[in-house]
Design a protein around this ligand. Structure first.
Ligand code: FAD
Ligand code: SF4
Length: 526
């Protein structure tokens, strides 16, 4: 007791990606004894050079969540961004000294660094810390580890089937997969062809309310030099909005999701994608409700099985898989660099200033909306980094900074493992290496580009195509040992000495000026 006032029992620390009123942190919450603690920090926003969209999304969602908690009668101590440069840990240390809770309670953070920071701050303050499991996810790090450690090689397909069985998703009553197959990829992943996409229902966007408006003004003032802008901000920042966004996707875009999952088109940043990753990652949505709405749409005949299975695979498969892998392999995972890549990240990744159409389009929409879909991230910006040989750490910091859905447990394995092959094949069975012809097949970008996707050398060589061959030549030894790369390595082996020299010379020009991809001066080509 302290002046007759009972001492605070639990200080429940809620980070920006833990906005779930039903989380384990609240399991035994007592409004008369406990208090929620949330904080905005400029240091967190600058830990990687976060885009304005990402900062605004997190702060707006956090402020709305604090309001929702207060409406539930749960006291919240919310530290709005001050004019200082205080870190989360400075703020928490100050409040632990002032509030003197008996215990700090928190759900497992989404980033190794944050978990370590929290442990240290509590230890230094002499306050016991209780970290509770994150019930949002459908697997636990411990169960993933048991699954992974029993195998010589881990692959998504095996994990995904097990998750389908375990959670009884898209199964027939006898336990076999709905429709007789686990995977309908053959029916999915088409390009749009010359006519372009069919009518695309525009996704639901949410006009900023006064609380979000305040955050947008704050971000414009405090983070004016950060990448991107806020003109288009329309992300769901409350649970009600996230549920509306889910219904909008199920009704309007899910039926064509699978077929056009990998396609890209100029001026169409969203296509048939869900735009739900940010709401899921801050826990405004529960993956179970998303999966069950998608499955229901199929059972009611509102969406084909191939589309629904393709969508469910992303959430029950990939999303859980990358989280398991992250906690299994951290902290060493972040330092992996299997290909010894050491080039700097091209400057145009931060401003979109490049004449190369695919990169200009993808980086441009990323800065404008804080969004690009999976194939844009993997096969445009990711592929260019892989082929150039950019240091995977720099790639990782860029992806973590620019997307509204970026939280390290999901971003790092996707970037370092899937897109950069920096983990040497733990996540992906082979590097996602391709020429500009892949981008030409899946989009209309090449039609307005000064480069020619078919050319590896010559004045109009596409830098992706040049660098693809250069990549195979540089890593020939290593890739030869991978049976899934055999054909590509054999093809590279057929290049004559002159062709190899020309590719290497052109690749050096690309590396000297990656924004122009060796096409310099671009104006001389027309
Ligand atoms: P859709 O394409 O409509 O897919 C539906 C849902 O499936 C998504 O909302 C997401 O929750 C899940 N999903 C799809 N693919 C993946 C995947 N590979 N890993 C995990 N979940 C997946 N996703 C993030 O949520 N945060 C990130 O920081 C992130 N960084 C990435 C970095 C790189 C280099 C790459 C290649 C992919 C990254 N992804 C990331 C995965 C994927 O690109 C996004 O989840 C997806 O583009 C989000 O858009 P959407 O909601 O419209 O997804
Ligand atoms: Fe991209 Fe090459 Fe196509 Fe230009 S030609 S849009 S650089 S793939």
């Amino acid at each position: 007791m302290n002046d007759g006032v009972p001492r605070l029992r639990h200080l429940v620390v809620v980070f920006g990606d833990q906005l779930n009123t039903g989380s384990a942190a609240f399991a035994d919450f007592r409004r008369d004894r406990d208090m929620v603690w949330m904080a905005e920090s400029a240091v967190e926003a600058r830990h990687v050079w976060s885009s304005q969209q990402r900062i605004a999304f997190f702060f707006a969602a956090m402020r709305h969540f604090a309001q929702a908690l207060r409406e539930l009668g749960r006291p919240v101590h919310y530290r709005e961004l001050g004019d200082d440069e205080a870190s989360l840990w400075d703020l928490l240390t100050e409040d632990l000294a002032r509030l003197q809770p008996r215990r700090v309670v928190c759900v497992q953070p989404g980033e190794w660094r944050v978990r370590e920071g929290l442990v240290q701050v509590c230890r230094a303050a002499g306050v016991p810390l209780e970290v509770r499991p994150d019930r949002h996810f459908m697997d636990t790090p411990e169960s993933f580890r048991r699954w992974a450690e029993g195998r010589s090689q881990i692959r998504l397909e095996h994990y995904y089937r097990e998750m389908r069985r375990r959670h009884r998703v898209l199964l027939e009553p006898d336990g076999s997969p709905a429709g007789g197959a686990w995977n309908f990829d053959r029916e999915n992943r088409c390009g749009f062809g010359k006519d372009g996409p069919p009518d695309i229902p525009p996704p639901l966007r949410f006009a900023p309310d006064p609380l979000t408006g305040e955050v947008l003004r704050l971000v414009r003032r405090r983070f004016a030099s950060h990448p991107g802008n806020l003109a288009s901000f329309g992300w769901p920042v409350t649970r009600a909005q996230a549920l509306e966004a889910l219904e909008d996707f199920i009704a309007h875009r899910l039926p064509l999701f699978g077929r056009y999952q990998d396609a890209m088109w100029s001026g169409e940043p969203f296509l048939f994608h869900a735009l739900l990753s940010a709401a899921l990652n801050v826990k405004l949505l529960d993956p179970r409700e998303v999966l069950s709405r998608a499955e229901q749409a199929w059972r009611e005949g509102a969406a084909p099985l191939a589309a629904v299975e393709g969508f469910i695979r992303q959430i029950l498969g990939w999303r859980e898989y990358v989280r398991g892998l992250y906690w299994w392999r951290m902290p060493g995972y972040a330092a992996r660099n299997a290909l010894g890549a050491d080039q700097p990240l091209p400057v145009f990744y931060w401003d979109g200033e490049t004449p190369l159409a695919c990169l200009s389009e993808v980086v441009g929409q990323t800065l404008q909306h804080g969004y690009a879909h999976h194939i844009q991230r993997l096969m445009v910006t990711g592929l260019y980094g892989l082929l150039l040989g950019v240091d995977p750490r720099a790639m990782h910091e860029w992806y973590l900074a620019v997307y509204v859905d970026a939280v390290e447990w999901v971003e790092l394995p996707n970037t370092l493992g899937m897109s950069q092959y920096a983990d040497g094949g733990l996540m992906a069975s082979k590097p996602y290496a391709a020429t500009g012809k892949y981008i030409q097949r899946m989009s209309n970008y090449c039609a307005r580009c000064p480069a020619d996707p078919a050319a590896a050398t010559g004045p109009r060589a596409c830098p992706f195509t040049t660098l693809y061959w250069d990549f195979l030549l540089r890593h020939e030894e290593r890739l030869r040992a991978n049976p899934r790369m055999a054909l590509q390595v054999r093809n590279a082996g057929r290049l004559s000495a002159e062709e190899r020299a020309a590719i290497r010379a052109r690749a050096a020009q690309v590396r000297a000026d990656p924004a122009c991809g060796g096409l310099f001066p671009v104006s001389s080509l027309f």
